[in-house]
Design a protein around this ligand. Structure first.
Ligand code: SAM
Length: 196
């Protein structure tokens, strides 16, 4: 996957990495910032997604599509689309630009709207990357876990830097007999739930 990243994807990834760094320094308001994962988390997600069982790949929280590009590397390998949800119009515009310039439109299904309202339409989830507002994670968890296929993965971002906000969900998941869980200290912390 990483040896065959196209120049178009690489160029857009670098552009978004620079924009994200600038956002964090120049006082851009929080809701306008890209708030992206770092590249090492992107690689980790690609490998997890490529290794997950057969089924749908989804993402909650597209922003400008940076993490989606990493997941698309796995989607290409699996010859399927990743379904990604984003709420904000401005972010949708940026994500569309990302997918057009990176020439990956056949591998992505970008859905605008509140993921919480739209998750009910998706079944047989093999892989889900959860990266929306942290206060929504537990509600998303309750919707996603029953829909994961056996061996399917739910990967939740910001499990270390937002540990307190995510504590209720993570404590619940630790005792949830439907999943095995582990917290991986990469990037901002990835909390992984695997359906047993
Ligand atoms: C942390 S950013 C995502 C960053 C992106 N995953 C990346 O690494 O490139 C969170 C995004 O989730 C979106 N979001 C928040 N609540 C949402 C919801 N209920 N449904 C869909 N998207 C939502 C926000 O608008 C924001 O763009």
């Amino acid at each position: 996957m990483f040896h065959t990243i196209t120049p178009e994807i690489k160029t857009r990834m670098l552009y978004l990495e620079e924009k994200d760094q600038l956002d964090r320094k120049d006082g851009t308001p929080r809701m306008q910032r890209l708030r992206q994962i770092p590249p090492e988390t992107g690689k980790f997600l690609s490998i997890l997604a490529a290794s997950s069982p057969s089924g749908n790949m989804i993402e909650v929280g597209t922003s400008a599509g940076y993490s989606t590009l990493w997941l698309i590397l796995a989607a290409k390998l699996r010859n399927q689309k990743i379904i990604t949800f984003e709420l904000l119009e401005e972010k949708i515009k940026l994500a569309k630009e990302t997918f057009r310039l990176s020439i990956v439109e056949p591998f992505v299904d970008l859905r605008q709207g509140d993921a919480l309202k739209n998750l009910d339409l998706i079944n047989d989830i093999a892989f889900c990357f959860l990266d929306c507002e942290k206060e929504l994670y537990f509600e998303c968890y309750k919707k996603i876990i029953p829909k994961l296929v056996k061996g399917g993965l739910l990967v939740c971002d910001n499990a270390i830097n937002h540990r307190e906000t995510l504590a209720t969900m993570m404590n619940y998941a630790e005792k949830d007999q439907r999943v095995d869980v582990v917290l991986v200290p990469i990037g901002k912390g990835e909390f992984i739930c695997r359906k047993v």
